[in-house]
Design a binder for this molecule. Sequence first.
Ligand SMILES: [Fe+2]
Ligand SMILES: [Fe+2]
Length: 209
Amino acid sequence: VSEHAILASASSPSWVAAALGDLPTLLVDHAHCEKRAASTAVRFLFKYPEWPALLQPVSRLAREELVHFEQVLRELKARGLAYGTLSSANYAAELMKRVRGPSTGARRAAGRPDPVATVDEMLVCALIEARSHERFVRLIADCPDRALADFYASLADAEERHGSLYVELAVDAAGGDEAAVRARLAELAAWEAQVIARPHQPLRMHSGG
Ligand SMILES: [Fe+2]
Ligand SMILES: [Fe+2]
């Protein structure tokens, strides 16, 4: 599954220009993104202890994201840049608002995750991974810092693989109904295309503009 099969839009030239114009901010936010991706994956290991198809690959994904986090920290250090807090673009939170199913409270009362919500959750993660991949590929061509471009190239394959994994998990959660998952993915991808195009945001890995 390539990001072209997942995303409904390409990043705007204005985002690419803003990113290339402020690589230090992009790099700090990138570190936060890798850390959050690892955290989300570990959260799934706790949330879905009885889903064997998820455990092994998502544990591996979590480890990969932490390696990426450490690599970004090294890239920051090599450039004399400090890692620190940075407000989030609320991209993932906006996407998660479209997750269907019962409220968290009702889900907790039911004692197990709701399959419809699980499909959406996996698809939102697939979209985030696919957008990261798409943005790395866009940056590689024009990044004036060639060492950084090489680093993005080394990450792009992994993020593409992560996007595919989350789509596969969505299909598994849907009992193998690939057509239903594709249809739902198209709806969520249309929403993601709106969120990623939000104007007037400070530069972030997943900011709009
Ligand atoms: Fe990553
Ligand atoms: Fe990833």
